[in-house]
Ligand binder design. Structure first.
Ligand code: SIN
Length: 279
């Protein structure tokens, strides 16, 4: 697609593009916003550099994409309930998000999108990896697609993730999960993106079973699909700088926070956009 209002530079053959020529601290004219949306749908994760964003400006940009999801087991920023702070200090060993996942997959309405904004980053390390789940779906054989076509994943990682975050929290400001946090829900393994109409593989570390499969039947399939989805040719890697912003589509992307910053400080602001029930 040709862009007239923004510059778009892909960073890998699989997904990810850097967008230049916009200042996210200001309200965006509609033609600019529309092109950012098109680039986001095409590249699945987009990146902006050198954005000087006050929390209120970050929230204003996020609200353009939908309602804000409030995290079930992390305390929000003290003045901006829409923002959670992902903090790892020199003393912490826990890295939030250090497994391939799609945000809030364990909820009936998993997150549509996530924005991550870098406040403080180490000189090196602390990159984030992204993987394109359209490519993962397309890459499966026709036999595998046929066998698994109507299969539903059981996502029951909510309680486990909450426990991990609250037990090993380091500097993450966690809170007890609400009593009604969903502990088990089912989604299609092959979901259809509501905006692009394309199919993607919906898998990640929070998938713990397959509906109507015995545990010992489901586990090897889940492990195979997880490994398959992480193939390097489906991924890109983003090197953070202070004031960089990443914006990914959880409906077709998994991500992974590389846990290689022990002894260093990293501080991010994150906003997650509410999603629909996957079909
Ligand atoms: C996350 O899983 O949202 C965290 C990603 C990161 O900190 O790089």
């Amino acid at each position: 697609m040709a862009f007239r209002h923004i510059d778009v530079s892909p960073i890998s053959g699989a997904l990810g593009a850097v967008i230049e020529g916009v200042d996210l601290s200001k309200p965006l004219p509609k033609p600019v916003f529309d092109e950012i949306r098109s680039a986001w749908l095409e590249y699945c994760v987009i990146f902006f550099r050198g954005q000087k964003l006050e929390p209120s400006q970050f929230v204003r940009f996020a609200r353009k994409w939908g309602g804000i999801h409030l995290h079930p087991f992390l305390e929000p920023h003290p003045e901006h309930k829409e923002i959670i702070e992902i903090i790892k200090t020199e003393k912490d060993t826990y890295t939030f998000g250090d497994a391939w996942h799609s945000d809030q997959l364990f909820q009936r309405r998993p997150a549509k999108a996530t924005m991550l904004y870098a406040k403080e980053v180490p000189e090196f390390g602390g990159d984030t990896l992204f993987a394109n789940m359209y490519l993962a779906y397309d890459g499966l054989s026709s036999g595998m697609k046929k066998i698994l076509d109507d299969v539903r994943i059981e996502a029951s990682g909510g309680t486990r993730s909450a426990q991990a975050a609250t037990q090993n929290k380091g500097s993450m400001n966690s809170k007890a999960p609400p009593k009604n946090l969903s502990t088990s829900c089912f989604h299609p393994l092959f979901r259809t993106h509501p905006e692009t109409g394309k199919k993607s593989l919906f898998i990640g570390n929070q998938v713990e079973g397959l509906k109507n499969f015995a545990r010992e039947e489901a586990q090897p399939i889940i492990e195979y699909l997880r490994d398959f989805a992480e193939r390097p040719e489906f991924t890109c890697r983003f090197r953070w700088e202070v004031d960089s912003l990443a914006f990914w589509d959880n409906r077709c992307v998994q991500h992974y926070a590389v846990p290689d910053t022990d002894g260093k400080r990293r501080h991010m602001h994150r906003i997650t956009i509410k999603g629909d029930v996957p079909v």
